[in-house]
Design a protein around this ligand. Structure first.
Ligand code: PLP
Length: 410
């Protein structure tokens, strides 16, 4: 998005505010589906947890994508956005049998990632087709919080437990219609990913009546200039050849599935905040903004890098700044970053603010969660209002414990 458009959004909707550029989401979707156009049956399910605004779900569904969900609430959001139940996959971890049954009753494809629930579900509902999430034990992912496929990971059923799965399937008579893996975010090396895919292909051969194989996600996007990103085109070509060969071997045209979150929405997002204070200490120049880890926690939580630009003064002389929040603990967005000269009142923009930014926002320090705006066809559309004081208090129950206590004493 152009600086002037971002500034116009900040002027109209005030700061802090999230802005999403629909054209970037659309071009990323097209890039991914083009990379797999030689696969007969391909299904991209957008991972709702990256950014779950209804307008975003509608937009992505209109492109042809389904949804990948991890909670019954995400399923409900998808249905509210008009997504068909059979276009939704439920891939939870550690949720109750009851929640899985409720989601399954809505007509959503379920994906089970542990033997205990698999056995219980299969015993009670042998006629409901189920996908199983495997753990291929491949170390991938940008950091330990998002690397979910390694040996000690809580996710998926170990490939070493395939005999156990087969026993459950035989005993219950249940139908496994898909196999799945999700090794984690930020995969840098296509070969590592393809190795994990081989393990999933081997697993798939154990199940005779599959409809799809879902390879999860992990497509890396660049967060800064010169950053490595997953080469989607090269990956698409290699994967297409391998998948088509596998279908021949398997004897059936299966659907190839992916669940991109970050890839579709990360770069489409900008987070705009205003500089409240410029504070010069003996060693550092801090720019304190009207936001903090309550609105964008990735830098503090994962050590993530977000490019920061001063959109009020893009051509200014560059100086070094540490960008910090207003939360009463250390919430540093960036340390000694070269940014064009900042004056109090300037609007700064964080890039790559589409994925895992608003969706991880909280009310910490009793601050309101920001507004969200969709930039579509050259116009700004408010897609979520900024919270107000009522949002902070509406679920609080005003118990008059002091009066009651004194009554019971008297
Ligand atoms: C989070 C998640 C994704 C999306 O991961 P990205 O790195 O955002 O693409 C896909 N599948 C599952 C099961 C997930 O939990």
């Amino acid at each position: 998005m152009e600086n002037e458009n971002l500034l116009a959004v900040a002027r109209e909707f005030e700061s802090p505010v999230y802005v999403y550029d629909s054209s970037k989401i659309i071009s990323q979707y097209n890039r991914l589906s083009d990379a797999f156009k030689k696969v007969k049956r391909i299904k991209l399910n957008y991972a709702v947890k990256a950014l779950s605004n209804l307008a975003i779900l509608k937009l992505i569904n209109s492109l042809g994508a389904g949804l990948d969900t991890v909670s019954i609430q995400e399923v409900k959001l998808g249905l509210l956005a008009g997504v068909k139940p059979n276009d939704i996959v439920f891939t939870p971890n550690g949720v109750s049998l009851e929640e899985i049954e409720k989601v399954s009753a809505m007509g959503v494809q379920i994906n089970i990632d542990n033997l205990s629930i698999l056995e219980q579900f299969g015993t009670k509902h042998p006629n409901v087709p189920v996908c199983i999430r495997m753990n291929p034990h491949v170390m991938a992912g940008g950091n330990s919080k998002i690397s979910v496929g390694h040996i000690d990971s809580k996710f998926g059923i170990s490939i070493h437990q395939i005999p156990h799965i087969l026993r459950i399937v035989e005993n219950t008579g249940m139908h496994i219609n898909g196999v799945h893996m999700h090794t984690g975010s930020d995969i840098l090396d296509i070969e590592v990913f393809l190795r994990a895919c081989e393990i999933l292909f081997e697993t798939a051969m154990h199940f005779k009546n599959l409809d799809f194989i879902d390879f999860g996600s992990g497509f890396k996007v660049p967060y800064k200039l010169g950053d490595i990103e997953t080469d989607i085109e090269e990956f698409g070509q290699k994967m297409t050849n391998r998948f088509n060969a596998f279908c021949k071997e398997y004897g059936k045209e299966l659907t190839l599935g992916f669940e991109p979150g970050k890839f579709l929405v990360s770069e489409a997002g900008y987070f705009l905040a205003k500089v409240n204070v410029v504070k010069q200490t003996t060693s550092t120049v801090f720019a304190g903004i009207d936001s903090g880890l309550n609105h964008l926690i990735r830098p503090m939580f994962y050590g993530s890098h977000h490019e920061i630009i001063n959109i009020s003064n893009p051509e200014g002389r560059e100086r070094f700044y540490s960008i910090v929040g207003y939360i009463c603990e250390t919430d540093t967005f960036a340390t000694n970053r070269r940014i064009s000269e900042i004056t109090e009142g300037d609007i700064i923009a964080f890039k790559n603010a589409g994925a895992y930014c608003f969706s991880m926002a909280s009310n910490y320090n009793s601050r309101y969660r920001p507004a969200e705006v969709l930039w579509h066809n050259g116009e700004a559309h408010l897609i979520r209002k900024r919270e107000d004081f009522e949002d902070l208090t509406k679920n609080q129950v005003d118990v008059d414990i002091l009066t009651k206590a004194s009554e019971s004493v008297s």
